[in-house]
Design a protein around this ligand. Structure first.
Ligand code: UD1
Length: 438
């Protein structure tokens, strides 16, 4: 079944490649999931790839773009800056920034998507000027951008904060040795992009190692950048004077895949995920296997079914190759159905337990103790009215609703639509009862 279609940055803003989509999900629990689900392109790889287009005046073609709201937002940011963007059709778009119309990523766009800050490095590197709204805090924590700014300052940029905006300007940036005090995914991406056009060599130490960093580096290299070590702890970038166009295919979304794996572990009869990169999912696969979830990996596909004996296992989130914080909420939904007590510790974001209160409303036995949630299972979940508070929290509530007795109505689905393409369509195709309602 081909569910993706054509959309542009102006397609209405609620998950909305398909007209008439509204903002709540009604989920009736108890269905068994059967069949094949196609995993989309990685949101967190697509966003930096789109920002990287600013580094060249040649056209760039991107394939496997996911049909999610954050991608539409990034396309809008690019259009605002002067890019001409071909509407995304069958997951593919062409973006061309021949010349810039503005240097500004405005508050209205940045407030809905923090990753807009990824345009900062490319704008400075190619045009020597950028004005990007400060993203502010968000539901899961403060999320400052000090590391992005520190790195760019050391590369020679003048950076000030005025009226809620980062104002930055520079001559040609220069290469630096920069050691991240903590690992940051988008700060690594921002500095890596900035360094591609800087004078001299940049070494990024304690760099983030997520698969999305490697994907971005591969795209930049295909544009003519000189980068070594992406995906490792230390990345070396030797600046060049210009970058060319390219055609790049975004990697599959490991978090979307992980979410469907948990759906399969909770309610799968014979569920197959296709179009994955199992290597990128290793930390998730390992953890799920330890709880007793039967998983078979074959090339780019993964088969999963409901665990007969699901055992509670503790979890600690960590930067890649640790267990991703973006899968913590979904794992917690799984642990509500596991035998025993699991301690789930969040180490990346300080407020990433917003789903706990909602899972409790569905009957889950969970207690928060500082950065750890104590989940006691297995417990009966019952359908309830619940509220999505952030992207991954929403996904955990959808998962819980799949196995809850009765009907769950999930409000504020726009959070989910930021990062999951056609989730209700994909789940329905597997046999779940999910409906979008107003
Ligand atoms: C990215 C992902 C997000 C994921 C997160 C952690 C994208 C678009 N988003 O977000 O889905 O949950 O990685 O894997 O790729 N920090 C600072 N100062 C900074 C930057 C970060 O203190 O300048 C802190 C953050 O508050 C957080 C930690 O570093 O505690 C890691 O955050 P970071 O890796 O930067 O997350 P994002 O890149 O925003």
């Amino acid at each position: 079944m081909k569910v993706w279609g054509k959309y542009s940055s102006t397609t209405p803003d609620h998950g909305a490649i398909i007209p008439g989509i509204v903002d709540k999900l009604k989920i009736t629990g108890g269905a068994r999931l059967n069949g094949t689900v196609q995993i989309g392109g990685a949101k967190n790889a697509a966003l930096p790839a789109l920002a990287a287009v600013l580094l060249t005046d040649k056209p760039v073609e991107l394939q496997n773009l996911p049909g999610v709201r954050d991608v539409r937002t990034m396309l809008r940011v690019l259009e605002q800056l002067g890019a001409s963007v071909r509407p995304v059709e069958d997951r593919c778009s062409g973006v061309h920034v021949k010349r810039l119309a503005s240097f500004e990523a405005p508050y209205d766009l940045v407030k809905t998507m923090r990753a807009s800050v990824l345009v900062l490095g490319p704008l400075l590197a190619r045009y020597g000027r950028a004005r990007v709204s400060l993203p502010g805090g968000c539901a899961i924590g403060e999320r400052p951008i000090n590391l992005h700014l520190d790195g760019l300052r050391q590369m020679g940029a003048e950076v000030s904060l005025e009226h809620g905006y980062v104002e930055a300007s520079s001559q040609r940036l220069r290469g630096i040795h920069f050691n991240f005090p903590i690992k940051s995914v988008t700060a690594t991406e921002n500095l890596m992009m900035a360094a591609t056009l800087a004078e001299g060599t940049t070494v990024l130490g304690n760099a983030a190692q997520e698969p999305e960093i490697r994907d971005l580096a591969e795209m930049l290299i295909s544009m003519g950048a000189q980068i070594e070590g992406a995906g490792k702890d230390e990345i070396t970038i030797t600046g060049v004077t210009e970058l060319g166009g390219t055609s790049h295919e975004v990697i599959p979304d490991r978090i979307e895949a992980g979410t469907y794996l948990v759906a399969g572990a909770l309610a799968g009869e014979a569920l197959e995920l296709v179009g994955c990169r199992p290597d990128d999912l290793e930390p998730v696969l390992q953890q799920l296997r330890q709880t007793g979830v039967p998983i078979v990996v074959e090339g780019k596909s993964i088969r999963v079914e409901k665990a007969q004996h699901l055992e509670a296992r503790d979890l600690r989130t960590a930067p890649h190759p640790g267990f991703p914080t973006d899968m913590q909420a979904q794992y917690m939904a799984l642990m509500t159905q596991a035998q025993g007590t699991s301690l789930i510790t969040e180490t990346i974001f300080e407020r990433r337990f917003m789903h706990v209160g909602e899972l409790q409303r569905m009957g889950a036995d969970i207690r928060i103790d500082g950065h750890t949630s104590v989940v006691v299972g297995p417990g009966r979940l019952t359908g309830a009215q619940v509220m999505a508070t952030d992207l991954r929290a929403s996904a955990s509530l959808v998962l819980a609703a799949l196995v809850a007795d009765g009907v769950t109505v999930l409000d504020r689905v726009y959070h989910l639509d930021r990062g999951y393409e056609f989730m209700e369509k994909k789940l329905c195709a597997l046999g779940a009862q999910v409906e979008r309602i107003r």
